[in-house]
Design a binder for this molecule. Sequence first.
Ligand SMILES: [Ca+2]
Length: 216
Amino acid sequence: MNFFLIFIFFTQINVIYQQNILPEHKRRHCKALQTLDIMEYALPMIRRILKEDSEKIRQEYEQVFTSLKGGFLFTCPEGWLYHDDNCYLFTTTKTTWQAARENCLSLNADLAEIINERDSYFVKSELQRIYNQEGVPKYSFYNLGGTDKANEGEWIWIRTGERIRFTNWASGEPNNVGRQEHYLTVGGTRHKWNDINHSGKCRAICQKSVGLRSVP
Ligand SMILES: [Ca+2]
């Protein structure tokens, strides 16, 4: 089911209604009401369809409606997740931090950054889903794009070189075991951060900006 076509259909119905049926004094207020009108017509149908095939449709609904902004459609490649104008890939292969970064770069992405509570909640939610639905052990960690390799204790995002401000360290971390833990990971039962060394192997989260194309 193509929700975008449904959206366009109701938009056209609404425009015809405004231009041909409404009296002039109401027409002037229609700009502001247009979105509400469209959603009033569309939501009952969307709800009915959601019940028919909830998970598949929910994903399509979120992909289209949460990313439809200002006449442009934001899209992520298949297998990537949309969040806040970025696409995220949670990899399944365990590698070192450096190999994980090279893999992300090869996908026109970089290791993911968690820069605020929204990002943190997004990652936490997806980790919980992976742990519960894909059988990944709850103590698993994922490489992120943070490092203090250049200057011990000065954590930066490798993509930009900017200092890491928002943090979500696990209790007692970063502990820099053996003075060799310079790479950022997230995970475990509490979805917190831990520093690991250059030979530690984890899954990884890649991140890149969304693709952008005009709505036809
Ligand atoms: Ca550590």
